[in-house]
Write a protein that binds this ligand. Structure first.
Ligand code: 8YV
Length: 326
């Protein structure tokens, strides 16, 4: 009997998913609290032909050079900016991600963050908990309108469209969006969407801007001081994409100067560290990268990552390779 493939599970995951992998593979699983990244990850790759990853592990040419037996890396995330796809292709290593299973849950959270930001929910709770609520006041914690306002989406993929549907059909919002490619005519009609050929137009016209685009080198600090300056002083900015897309320090300066009203951020450059300038702002809602975090969705993501490994070694073809999604 030929030896079973050896698999590394680099970040802790659901015990039932590890058990499923053990039914097919020899598994070295991280069953601790912390993720194995950097050297703790790379040093465990020799001898492994597959790896189960989360966004925490980077796989580039340098890492691949230390993993000669590696054939597949299965990312438990839809975003795969932690994978250098060109380096994977050059090394003949397959990369996979977990699209679709998280779309609706992530869109729910994007909309929740928009609402919490526009209506100052966390600021209001802090105010109450601090014992500051002494009397009713006509101008206490005034927020900005959501229904009937203009929703701007930059990055109109599956999750962006989910947020758009919630805004347009649920809250009567007007939609303006920017994306690499324009939506098909039927979807544009359904969403009464206005396509903006530039992101600047979205920033200028929207009352609430949501970032849902993939993080590529070209998207690094796509939203910096100059772009934020284009936004309305009453506008909100929500980022559920990747931290590096926004210049967090420039954003904090704009929030402090109130050149925009508020921001909601689920992702940060350098996370889990968050720029102290942001922590000092009261008009920002900060969450620890939890947009896909419901039990059902995280379980489906973990199963899909495992199923990619199983399909690859059994059928020679994974279910959701990243190469087809660029
Ligand atoms: C993940 C995410 O939880 O899917 C993504 O791209 O950002 C999140 O859903 C995170 O990346 C861990 O892998």
């Amino acid at each position: 009997m030929s030896e079973r493939p050896h698999i590394l599970v680099a970040s802790p995951t659901f015990p039932e998913v590890i058990a499923k992998l053990r039914a097919h593979f020899e598994v070295e699983a991280n069953e601790g609290d912390d993720v194995w990244k950097g050297q703790a990850f790379t040093s465990r790759l020799p001898g492994k032909s597959g790896a189960f990853l989360t966004g925490a592990q980077t796989v580039n040419a340098e890492v691949l050079a230390q993993a000669p037996e590696l054939k597949i890396v299965a990312n438990m995330a839809v975003g795969f900016n932690n994978l250098d796809v060109a380096a994977l292709e050059a090394a003949g290593v397959v990369g996979t991600n977990t699209p679709d299973v998280l779309t609706e849950t992530t869109a729910d959270f994007g909309f929740a963050l928009l609402m919490a930001t526009a209506r100052r929910v966390t600021e209001a709770e802090h105010y109450l908990r601090a014992g500051l609520w002494g009397k009713w006041s006509y101008d206490l914690l005034l927020g900005s309108e959501i229904h009937g306002s203009t929703l701007g989406i930059i990055g109109m993929g599956r999750i962006g469209q989910g947020i758009a549907r919630r805004g347009v059909h649920g809250f009567g919002m007007n939609l303006i969006y920017h994306n690499r490619s324009q939506l098909d005519a039927a979807t544009e009609a359904e969403l009464k969407a206005h396509y903006a050929p530039t992101k600047e137009e979205v920033l200028e016209k929207a009352d609430h801007v949501v970032l849902v685009l993939p993080y590529t080198p070209a998207a690094h600090h796509l939203i910096g001081a100059a772009q934020i300056a284009l936004m309305k002083p009453t506008a909100t900015l929500v980022n559920i994409a990747r931290g590096g897309i926004v210049d967090d320090v420039a954003l904090a300066k704009a929030l402090q100067a109130k050149t925009i009203a508020a921001a909601g951020l689920d992702v940060f450059e350098g996370e889990p560290t968050v720029a102290k300038e942001l922590l000092e702002c009261s008009n920002v809602v900060l969450t620890p990268h939890i947009a896909s975090a419901t039990l059902q969705t995280r379980l489906q993501m973990a199963h899909l990552a495992a199923d990619n490994l199983i399909a690859f070694f059994k059928e020679g073809k994974p279910l959701t390779p990243v190469t087809q999604q660029r």
